[in-house]
Design a protein around this ligand. Sequence first.
Ligand SMILES: [Zn+2]
Length: 309
Amino acid sequence: MPEGHSVHRLARQFTDVFGGERLRVSSPQGRFEAGARLLDGATLVQARAHGKQLFLGFGPAHDDGAVQSVLRVHLGLYGAWSFGGDETFRGASSIGAPRKMGETDTFTDDADASRPYAGPPPPVGQVRVRLVSDRGWADLRGPTACEVITPEEAAAVVARLGPDPLVPGTGPEEFLARVSRRRVALGQLMMDQAVVAGVGNIYRAESLFRQGLNPWLPGRSLNEEAGTALWEDLVTLMRDGVRRGKIITTRPEHRDSLDETGAPAPLWPDNAYYVYQRDGLSCRVCGVQVRVTDMQARKLYWCPGCQSL
Ligand SMILES: [Zn+2]
């Protein structure tokens, strides 16, 4: 499942590619026909993310940017956006599932100035929503949620979510308050979107490791200093994820110097975590075997040597 950094990248890409543009909106697959009719011909005036939720705000053309309708999308496990366009189009060509290891966006540099832009290609597969401007297009496939709501309903969705480390100006206070009220395990709280929005399995495992925190520590036993450090580490890691389009959590001195073929490893590798999907391997820091267990039906990775606090 894409973690919050991917959804914030999507919001940024929609702003860059389609912001201020009047869009043709359709549902080639047919399952979103009624919603598409509501938005067809409107202008994209705002794109924002909170946690794993994407909100595309539409309004009438030539207005003052007021949002009248919001397209809310949650990609879930299988959803993905793909993009393309003319020679002015720049950005990731796809963001979302399916993806094996590293939550890495796909980039292709296929803009060919000698080839005139002939509009979007025929839809391939189950395209729930297609957005088309004069210069580019976006296709959404396989989302968990895709609906047209009012700005008030969008605000209510955000109000039910916990704080998002990627929303500028968000401090640790609300996160600390929500964690300290609970006696369930910290590893479980980190996956609760009402406690912290946008964190998925990779950021959960890696941030707890980096802070030396035991995933079974009850939320209310996390002291303010450790909780603040955990929040700030999430901000750092997730901002880096937005910038690079991939999740990198290891410090350079802890990464393998060679890749699996024996060649020098790239400077910013796709899969260089501390514990995520490293069960059975030696911890990069202490050498103890990394473990995996189920916590609330999701795999939890941790190092018993480093995460004893
Ligand atoms: Zn360790």
